[in-house]
Each structure stands twice: as structure tokens, then as C-alpha cells.
Design a protein. Structure first.
Length: 319
């Protein structure tokens, strides 16, 4: 087992601006390659055939041995090709080879991880061919607006497997003032191979899109309470792979919610996490909240906002 760096991958803090009232959608994009939930004792091995063996203890105490292979990197949006996705054998080799103890004979050739630092890493290694493998575990599905978990599916620690050899996707995020300087917000975009990452539809529990991704927005030490809390989630916009967001008070709770705090979720710090396209790693940006309104800085924010979201009707009123 190789341990992964815990520091987040951060794009440079971009100077730009944009706003949007918080979305309360509670149906985030389906994880492209989630191998388990609430896993402990996680181990990663990779053999000379390019198969990964992921071993962990499930929540019920049973040890799982999962074989994954057949995918690397991602397919750029608009290529027309199927998105990269692992083939998975949850029996550890019986499904692929009809060998019940295949996982017992698995020979690891993956060495010390030499890739970039990543958020939420629990195990990682670099194969002899120079490609990287990583397991990340984080609470992707959370209630929004700092609300405590009220459904069994919320707050589970998902275990994600990634494999790549090419440059990673780029997550670009900037803080900004919104609504005439009365609120703070964030905007940004996700690029892969220099092209925006987006899908053709908004994913839900019944509708999947292999290319769509959500930007998960968290706030630290806010009116919701101490520590990190989930404030919102925004899907990548069609065409530009971008998002816009404002930390705005919400009075009416969304459908299915018990209640929501009627305060702004702006905190001391903010972060944005997004699943990489295909089988590339999950990425994270983190930055400090803004100070007092500065009109000169706001003009710089607006210029960058226009370069990301110019002509985007969804965010037009958020500039």
C-alpha cells in the first residue's frame, strides 16, 4: 500500500467575478468509478498486466477484493468517443478468470507515488510504465446549506479509483463580489486537454451523463457553525464547463429538506471539489474569503468572469 499526499491540487487563485443564487439540487452526478463506501484498511496494488487490486474492509466488517482494469485518463468533451471507465470484478478475479483465489496470487509491481499532490488521497502508486493510480475517499453527497444529514445516503465516504498518464484536468476557481458588492461568490471552470468539460444533461439518480460533473462548494467557519459545511453544488454548464455561485441567504427550504438556515453561508475560507473526467482524479481548489468590497478588484474579477462565462445566459444576472 502506498500512501497519497493529503494536500489539495490547487489551480492558481484567479482574479475574477460572478454570482448565482445557491442551487438546492440534491441529486449530484453519479460517481464514475466508486468502488465502495465507508471503507477502512484500504490497500492498492497494481500488477504487470495493468490490473489494480483494491482491498478494504466494508462497513459490515467483510474484506472486499476488487479487481479493476481497462481504463486510463479521459476522453475530451465533444470527441464523440465513449468516456473512459474501468471494468470491475467485485469478486477479486473469479468473474474475469474463474479463479476464486486470484487475488491471493496478485503480484504488485507499483512503486512509490510520484504524481502531483491530491486531496483526500488514501493510497497511491506509480506503475513501471509511468502511469499513476490513486484511491481517494471523501463525502461527496452531503446536504446543502450546512444542513445536518437527514437521509441514509448522505455523508458516506465514497472510495474513488483513478488511473492516468497524461496531464490532469485543470480546475480554475475565483472568488468575487456579487449583487453590487453586497454578497460574495465564486465562479470557475473545469478543462481537460484545454477543452471545457461538460455533459449534455443534468445528472440525477435516474439520469446519468458520463461527461457532466458537479462543483461541490464548501464553506469553513461560517454562520452554519465551525468547520467545513456543504453550501451548494453546481453542474458544469454546457459549452463552457463553468459555474457561478453566490453565498446568498435562502428563506424557503427546497423539496425534501426539513429546514434551512436563513443566513449567508460565506465563511472564512471556501473550497470547490470536482470529480475529474473519465478515470482521472478528483480535484480541489481552496481559498480565503474576500475582505471589504473593492471596486477596482471587482472590475478585474468581472473581466475574468467574462472570459469564462461571457454569453452564458444562466449567469448573466450574477456578474
Amino acid at each position: 500500500m502506498r500512501s497519497c499526499y493529503k494536500r489539495p491540487v490547487r489551480s492558481a487563485l484567479l482574479v475574477a467575478a460572478v454570482v448565482a443564487l445557491a442551487t438546492m439540487a440534491t441529486t449530484p452526478a453519479r460517481a464514475s468509478q466508486t468502488l465502495g463506501r465507508n471503507a477502512t484498511n484500504v490497500q492498492l496494488a497494481v500488477n504487470a498486466k495493468g490490473e489494480a487490486l483494491v482491498t478494504f474492509t466494508r462497513q459490515d466488517g467483510v474484506v472486499a477484493h476488487i479487481l479493476a482494469w481497462g481504463a486510463s485518463d479521459a476522453v475530451a468533451t465533444g470527441s464523440g468517443l465513449p468516456q473512459q471507465r474501468f471494468k470491475v470484478d467485485n469478486s477479486g478475479g473469479w468473474g474475469k478468470y474463474r479463479k476464486a483465489n486470484y487475488w491471493r496470487t496478485f503480484k504488485n509491481v507499483c512503486g512509490q507515488y510520484s504524481g502531483p499532490p491530491l486531496a483526500y488521497g488514501v493510497a497511491a502508486c506509480t506503475a513501471p510504465d509511468g502511469s499513476h493510480w490513486v484511491l481517494q475517499s471523501w463525502q461527496r453527497v452531503q446536504p446543502l446549506r450546512g444542513v445536518a444529514a437527514f437521509l441514509p445516503s448522505q455523508m458516506a465516504w465514497e472510495l474513488h479509483l483513478s488511473h492516468w498518464s497524461k496531464p490532469l484536468a485543470v480546475l480554475e476557481v475565483s472568488p468575487n463580489w456579487t449583487y453590487g458588492g453586497t454578497l460574495q461568490g465564486l465562479f470557475g471552470r473545469l478543462l481537460y486537454d484545454g477543452k471545457p468539460v461538460f455533459g449534455a444533461r443534468t445528472p440525477s439518480r435516474t439520469q446519468h451523463d458520463a461527461n457532466a460533473r458537479y462543483f461541490y462548494i464548501d464553506t469553513f467557519d461560517s454562520a452554519y457553525g465551525p468547520g467545513w459545511k456543504r453550501d451548494g453544488a453546481k453542474v458544469t454548464h454546457v459549452g463552457n464547463g463553468s459555474f457561478c455561485y453566490s453565498f446568498a441567504p435562502l428563506v424557503k427550504p427546497p423539496p425534501g429538506y426539513p429546514s434551512v438556515p436563513t443566513v449567508s453561508g460565506v465563511g472564512k475560507r471556501h473550497r470547490v471539489t470536482v470529480m475529474g473526467p473519465g478515470v482521472t482524479p478528483d480535484l480541489q481548489w481552496e481559498g480565503a474569503a474576500l475582505g471589504s468590497y473593492d471596486p477596482n478588484a471587482d472590475r478585474t474579477f468581472n473581466a475574468l468572469f467574462d472570459s469564462f462565462l461571457g454569453g452564458d445566459g444562466v449567469c448573466k444576472s450574477e456578474r
